[in-house]
Ligand binder design. Structure first.
Ligand code: C5P
Length: 308
């Protein structure tokens, strides 16, 4: 057995997020394009003496808002590996950089990191496909946090197909002070749609896929879209102002990330991303701005230590 494993897992932004009608199981069918970006949570897993149970420590930005009990997605990931031979006597330390409840799948990144770390720590040898299956039982965004890169997500987001992408994209993320609850945003979408008749089956936009294949950032900026943007803006009217500031400052495109409230803006290149970030900070519409490139790989071990 190893003495410790450190795993790094990325945040995501949905380049397109088409949401279908509410299903009887309480979920919505999706047609989405996930894109992993270089904003990471790190998780360190170490084994503990038998009978210790799970010890969970969360550090970094927003750590105080993360639950430390069995509802924590990383804790649920450890429990899900028990039937596969993992010990639950393990310590997990999570260093958060992905905004909590920010629409960037930070909790899912931690769950994916825990799956990879515990699999390695106890030498379970589960393999990628098996881990992806277990990930899908934990949450809609967990398989993608393992997969990384850019991928089309269908069903509830758990069925993934790797997308053909050329180039690297430079993003600026405008963070909100307070998170948004994902179920609340979906409920608001259903409420807004109630008066609008039948909901069309969502599909992945052709213009967006063509932009990605061509590595055309300008075309990509124009084709970003998210059905959850409307309800997120209803719940947080301030987001409309953030989106219009991005437009004013020459972002190639701007969109609410996932269920929000983080907003993602596409820049032409690294220099433009720095300029945009500075402009956002100076505008006073937000407190925290982060830059990241995408696509980046999914959750992977970055350090492993053997026992002395
Ligand atoms: O799968 P996850 O636990 O991340 O989903 C959180 C909540 O978001 C679900 O309970 C559901 O209310 C909503 N959701 C949805 N349709 C999806 C994904 C999530 O309605 N495809």
């Amino acid at each position: 057995m190893l003495a410790s494993v450190t795993v790094r897992a990325p945040a995501k932004v949905n380049l397109a997020l088409g949401v279908g009608a509410l299903r009887p199981d309480g979920y919505h069918g999706l047609a989405t394009v996930f894109h992993a970006v270089g904003l990471y949570d790190d998780l360190v897993a170490t084994p503990l003496p038998e009978g210790s149970g799970l010890q969970l420590v969360v550090e970094g930005e927003g750590a105080g808002e993360v639950p430390l009990d069995g509802t924590n997605l990383a804790a649920r990931a450890v429990a899900a590996l028990k039937p596969h031979g993992a010990s639950t006597d393990v310590s997990l330390t999570i260093r958060k950089r992905i905004p909590v409840s920010g629409g960037m799948a930070g909790g899912s990144a931690d769950a994916a990191a825990a799956l990879v770390a515990v699999d390695a720590l106890f030498e379970l040898g589960l393999g990628r496909d098996h881990l992806l299956e277990i990930a899908a039982t934990l949450g809609s965004d967990v398989p993608f946090a393992l997969h990384g890169g850019t991928a089309i997500g269908s069903d509830t987001g758990t069925r993934l197909t790797t997308a053909l992408v050329r180039g690297t994209y430079h993003w600026v993320f405008v963070l909100a002070q307070e998170g948004l609850s994902t179920p609340l945003v979906y409920r608001e979408l259903d409420r807004l749609r109630a008066a609008e008749g039948a909901v069309a089956e969502p599909s992945v936009p052709d213009d967006l896929m063509a932009a990605l294949r061509a590595g055309d950032a300008v075309a990509l900026g124009r084709s970003l879209r998210n059905d959850l943007q409307r309800p997120a803006v209803v719940l947080r009217p301030h987001l409309a102002q953030v989106l219009s500031v991005g437009h004013e400052y020459g972002a190639l495109g701007g969109v609410v990330s996932g269920s929000g409230p983080t907003c993602a803006f596409l820049a032409r290149d690294d220099t433009h991303a720095v300029d945009l970030a500075v402009a956002f900070t100076a505008s006073g519409v937000c407190r925290t701005v982060k830059r990241a490139v995408g696509p980046v790989p999914g959750a992977r071990a970055v350090d492993q230590r053997a026992e002395d």
